[in-house]
Design a binder for this molecule. Structure first.
Ligand SMILES: Nc1ncnc2c1ncn2[C@@H]1O[C@H](COP(=O)(O)OP(=O)(O)O)[C@@H](O)[C@H]1O
Ligand SMILES: [Mg+2]
Length: 310
């Protein structure tokens, strides 16, 4: 139990907004109103968050695994991260061991303040969970008269500067929820499982991005394509990566290897960095996080005439 810095009420913090760190001092607020009254707009000021949707219309390509470990890796590096589950399967919460009492449904349909929904799960890492009620949110969106794809962007406007990164774990469909996620995002990261059909999936994703561009007048950049379930011993995996490199060139990320530890981590309710920090999975996702932060490498990787010596 802690004491509310604004009204003196005793309570147990449950939501991210209920704890504020100001320098070395910690303050607690029982209600959002108390926080706003005490801290005003200073409470949530910062630079605009980098917003990335983890997208692929195909299921089982490693979207949720990538969303969780990218978010966890960024948080571990000290950035403030908000991870939002936009898939009704609700795998993000299940994988991290939380069942949000409130979910994305409450933000979209009820218009609840996002900070009353967000749950702090690890240091620097906050989550908005999802569950089967999102199917009802989809129906609700479909019945709106106009601007069906802008709801999420409007609802989250107040938190855009509170975080350095907003990561959206998308479901495998062309739903209105995904259109909302794309509307909010500036960029997408596309995990592609190293099998032939997944390559077809990438073409679908690129078509969707073009549609978003054309219909919503909002260009979404491909931050990167991530080969997943990579097994260097098989021709299929190596060929998949070659094909992807042909399409995406410098936007192709290093592959994430198929790893038992990655498959096991969610059942332990842990990220790969917690569950098996020395595993291939952790190594691969650490590299992905670094690459995501640094952006497209500017040096020529195979440049024969780079004579820096050493
Ligand atoms: N590189 C990997 N190696 C082994 N298993 C993985 C890997 N990436 C994901 N998985 C497992 O595969 C399943 C599907 O991955 P998931 O991230 O949920 O895909 P999606 O969100 O695209 O449906 C999950 O059980 C997950 O734990
Ligand atoms: Mg998923």
């Amino acid at each position: 139990m802690v004491t509310c810095s604004a009204c003196g009420h005793s309570f147990s913090p449950q939501f991210a907004y209920q704890v504020a760190t100001l320098g070395s001092e910690r303050r607690h607020f029982c209600q959002l109103e108390c926080r706003k009254r005490s801290l005003g707009s200073e409470a949530f000021r910062g630079k605009r968050a980098r917003r990335v949707a983890i997208l692929n219309q195909k299921g089982g390509t490693g979207k949720t695994t990538t969303a969780i470990n990218l978010a966890a890796g960024l948080a571990e590096r000290g950035s403030e991260v908000l991870l939002i589950d936009t898939d009704a399967q609700g795998n993000v919460g299940a994988s991290l061991g939380i069942h949000g009492e409130r979910t994305l449904y409450h933000i979209i349909v009820d218009g609840m303040d996002p900070m009353e929904v967000v749950v702090p799960v690890r240091g620097n890492l906050d989550v908005v969970t999802a569950d089967a009620t999102l199917a009802a949110a989809e129906v609700w969106l479909a019945r709106l008269d106009g601007a069906r794809d802008e709801v999420l962007t409007k609802r989250l406007a107040s938190v855009g500067r509170r975080y350095q990164y907003i990561i959206l774990d998308c479901g495998p469909s062309l739903s209105l929820l995904n259109q909302n996620a794309l509307r909010l995002a500036d960029e997408v990261l596309i995990p592609v499982s190293c099998d032939y059909l997944a390559l077809v999936g990438v073409k679908q994703v690129l078509r969707t991005l073009k549609d978003v561009d054309r219909h919503l007048g909002h260009a979404v950049r491909v931050a990167g394509v991530v080969p997943t379930f990579f097994d260097g011993r098989t021709n299929l995996s190596r060929e998949a990566v070659d094909t992807l490199r042909g399409h995406f060139q410098e936007r192709l990320f290093e592959p994430i290897r198929r790893s038992t530890r990655l498959a096991e981590a969610p059942s332990r309710r842990q990220t790969i960095f917690e569950y098996a920090p020395d595993s291939h999975g952790a190594e691969d996702y650490r590299r992905l996080v670094a690459r995501f932060v640094d952006g497209i490498p500017t040096h020529v990787e195979h440049g024969a005439d780079q004579t820096t010596g050493g």
